[in-house]
Ligand binder design. Sequence first.
Ligand SMILES: [Zn+2]
Length: 238
Amino acid sequence: MATEEDVSKAERLLEALNKKASVLAPRIVPKGHDDRSLEVFCKTPERQKELKELIQDFQSTRTRCVSCNDINREATHFTTFWTLHFEEKTYTLSNFKLLCDECDTLSRLDRVLSILSESPQDLDRIIQLWRHVNPKQDEEEDEDKIEEKVRVRDQFRQVYSIAYTLQMMAGQMKGWKVLDKSGDEINQKTSLTKLFESYKDKKTGKKRKEESVVMEEKKDEKSNGAKGKAKKPRNKSK
Ligand SMILES: [Zn+2]
């Protein structure tokens, strides 16, 4: 059983994590809820088929990774993002996005931990991407390049170590409620079409402003009519 102290520690860590990795943080998954693309809510073949089509449809309107926005990286990973609340033990679907391979790696704690311990050759690349994706915190000043590099590496390790602690805590607590953004439970009976609709609204409405910088260049691609299923415009200008 998690004590009150554990819970408030978890909330503090979570706040720190969200501050340090404000755009793309490693995913923390409560016990029994390892969901990447809503598949766990689709036990029947009919639901699996429906989900597949909804995801294809979602992908057909977007091609670039919403996190790094890199023109050379195709966003092939449909990824769900969740908000945890340790005190209420709620796990709320906040959004879904398309990520490229590299950002997908950043979002996965186990992958990054294995890079940290086993693939030092990949570390610089992934840290650079992490820095590129997540805005700097205010107190940082580039005094010289070497110091900057050490500092970023430290921060990166810190973020994934916080995430590791949080994952341990979330993985041990039982009784999480899985909710959509309106506070309704998501389960095997949830209408997938309605779920996708409700999140789409958010994207084109309120979210549009926040993402307008990232999405700016994508607008052109969209208006070129990328509507057909699984058809993606590939006019990469180099
Ligand atoms: Zn990316």
